[in-house]
Design a protein around this ligand. Structure first.
Ligand SMILES: Nc1ncnc2c1ncn2[C@@H]1O[C@H](COP(=O)(O)OP(=O)(O)O)[C@@H](O)[C@H]1O
Ligand SMILES: [Mg+2]
Length: 277
């Protein structure tokens, strides 16, 4: 097993652990309570309650099809864009129901990075300036673009080609550009759904370093299939699982060392040791 390289739970204020191996925090940034998600009549995610603590990295793990993408999309109302998706339960961002907030605002505060890099067919500069411009920012755009690209560890590679089309970048650079694009509107949270699974190992390393760096001042929820990655980047891990009826549930949530080193649920153990999934 790879050694963990970051300190755990800075500022997390963990207050309790319940009998379901689900932990509670004092002021979670994100929280889902009794969340169910249906696609049409089919229940995909059942009764999930989870809290994401501030300035931490939480990994969401579990076999394919257990509802990880479905769950992570709930946190910034991305499932609104799927016509047949229906959500019940509560989702809060800093204690506010996200369905009482403007969806565009929710997606700026809670950015998202996908498996496949999805830059706009525009210049590198325009990709990063896009969010601020839509928000009506007219001044200091150059500074915003530069600082966002610096935070995403891409500035040095692109500073002389900002006017070039983003599609000319490598996959790893495109993914860092997508991260820069979400950082440009100053989000508090970034959701990442398998952000490295389309990338080579060197690009993956750079994104992992970036995640660790960003988590000093941001909250990150990341879906990953890569156990070693979860151990390297996260403070907490949440394991989902779907039984024979293929309904995804959260079966265990805890500090990353506990989930990988001493899982309480047998199914978590089977998954993290590679016996299932
Ligand atoms: N847009 C969709 N329409 C209908 N069913 C979906 C949709 N997205 C996911 N599902 C179903 O929901 C379940 C969970 O999928 P998903 O959240 O993608 O799992 P994971 O990300 O863990 O692989 C699966 O059975 C999948 O087929
Ligand atoms: Mg998925």
């Amino acid at each position: 097993m790879v050694e963990k390289t970051i300190d755990t739970n800075h500022n997390s204020n963990k207050i309790s652990s319940s009998e379901n191996n689900i932990i509670n925090f004092e002021s979670p940034v994100l929280e889902a309570k009794n969340l169910n998600v249906h696609y049409g009549k089919v229940l995909a995610v059942k009764n999930v309650s989870i809290q994401v603590p501030k300035n931490n990295v939480v990994s969401l793990i579990g076999p394919s099809g257990c509802g990880k993408s479905t769950l992570i999309r709930c946190f910034n109302r991305m499932n609104d864009t799927i016509r047949i998706a229906k959500i019940d339960g509560t989702i809060t961002y800093n204690s506010q129901d996200i369905y009482e907030l403007d969806p565009a605002e929710v997606r700026y505060r809670i950015g998202m990075v996908f498996q496949k890099p999805n830059p706009f067919p525009k210049s590198i500069y325009e990709n990063v300036a896009f969010g601020p411009k839509v928000n009506g920012v007219k001044e200091n755009l150059d500074e915003i673009v530069e600082s966002s690209l610096k935070k995403a560890d891409l500035w040095k590679e692109v500073k002389d080609r900002l006017k070039e089309n983003a599609y000319g970048l490598s996959g790893g650079q495109q993914q860092r550009l997508c991260i820069a694009r979400s950082l440009a509107v100053n989000p508090e949270v970034i959701l990442m759904d398998e952000p490295c699974s389309a990338l080579d190992p060197i690009s993956t390393d750079r994104i992992e370093e970036l995640i660790k760096d960003l988590s000093k001042s941001m909250t990150i929820l990341i879906v990953t299939h890569n156990m070693q990655q979860a151990i390297r980047v996260s403070n907490y891990a949440a394991c989902m699982m779907a039984g024979e009826e293929r309904i995804g549930e959260l079966i265990e949530y805890g500090e990353v060392d506990q989930i990988f080193g001493n899982p309480i649920d047998k199914r978590t153990e089977n998954y993290v040791t590679g016996r299932i999934g």
